[in-house]
Write a protein that binds this ligand. Structure first.
Ligand code: Y39
Ligand code: FE
Ligand code: FE
Ligand code: FE
Length: 230
């Protein structure tokens, strides 16, 4: 089914919609919470950028509050247990990288992969969201671009020394995104979001980010193809 272009055909109050929303909304709430924690951790790892990273962390906290309000507005209880499980592998990889001071890996996971995932999901959600959630999500997605930009700028400035670690971290983490997408494909569809659109938007954002950082087209193709069939 093609990506819906207007929310007119969606019944936001049906049990089917609310059931799917309980998981997608939880993923977004948990994702924003973990993003908040990840930027606080990054502020420790990059003392030169402490203030800026703490300000990104604060934005993530506000995003979480916004999405909690979206769930309440539809009288949906977010399934946070599902959401923690959903993020567990990426979460563990971020934690273990941080414990080893592998800041390049931390930035790839949070500021490239998770931010691109968020930007794709929010862009695809906006046209099919209820009015309340649409306004919240439009405000949020603008800020996500600034988070992605932080990662791009830092990694671009450290490209030569970061390159090998980026390739390894990409190999370890990109396949997880496709696994995650497969897990929510059905629920996303109920919300009017098609997997093909999510994949397409993610690939565009992620490919552009890798290009801005300094990778060649050939390298980007090789890196993006990893785990696509997972
Ligand atoms: O940086 C951020 O704010 C990102 C944490 C938020 C994650 C959003 C994850 C979105 C995935 C939704 C999948 C729906 C199909
Ligand atoms: Fe469809
Ligand atoms: Fe956010
Ligand atoms: Fe973010």
């Amino acid at each position: 089914m093609p990506q819906l272009e207007a929310s007119a055909a969606i019944d936001f109050y049906s049990e089917t919609y609310k059931d799917a929303y309980s998981r997608i909304n939880a993923i977004v709430i948990e994702g924003e919470q973990e993003a908040n924690e990840n930027y606080i951790r990054l502020a420790d790892l990059l003392p030169d950028h402490n203030d800026q990273l703490l300000s990104l962390a604060k934005m993530e906290h506000r995003h979480k509050k916004g999405f909690e309000a979206c769930g309440r507005n539809l009288k949906v209880t977010p399934d946070l247990k599902f959401a923690r499980e959903f993020f567990s592998k990426l979460h563990e990889n971020f934690q273990s990288a941080a414990a080893q001071n592998n800041v390049v890996t931390c930035l790839l996971i949070q500021s490239l992969i998770i931010e691109c995932f968020a930007i794709a999901a929010y862009n695809i959600y906006i046209p099919v969201a209820d009015d309340f959630a649409r306004k919240i999500t439009e405000g949020v997605v603008k800020e996500e671009y600034s988070h992605l930009n932080f990662g791009e700028e830092w990694l671009k400035a450290h490209f030569e020394t970061a390159k090998a670690e980026l390739e390894t971290a990409n190999r370890q983490n990109l396949p997880l995104v496709w696994q995650m997408l497969n897990q929510v494909e059905k629920d996303a569809h109920v919300l009017g979001m098609e997997k093909e659109s999510l994949v397409e938007d993610f690939m565009i954002q992620y490919g552009e980010a890798l290009e801005n950082i300094g990778f060649s087209t050939r390298e980007i193709m090789r890196m993006s193809a990893l785990g696509l069939s997972a």
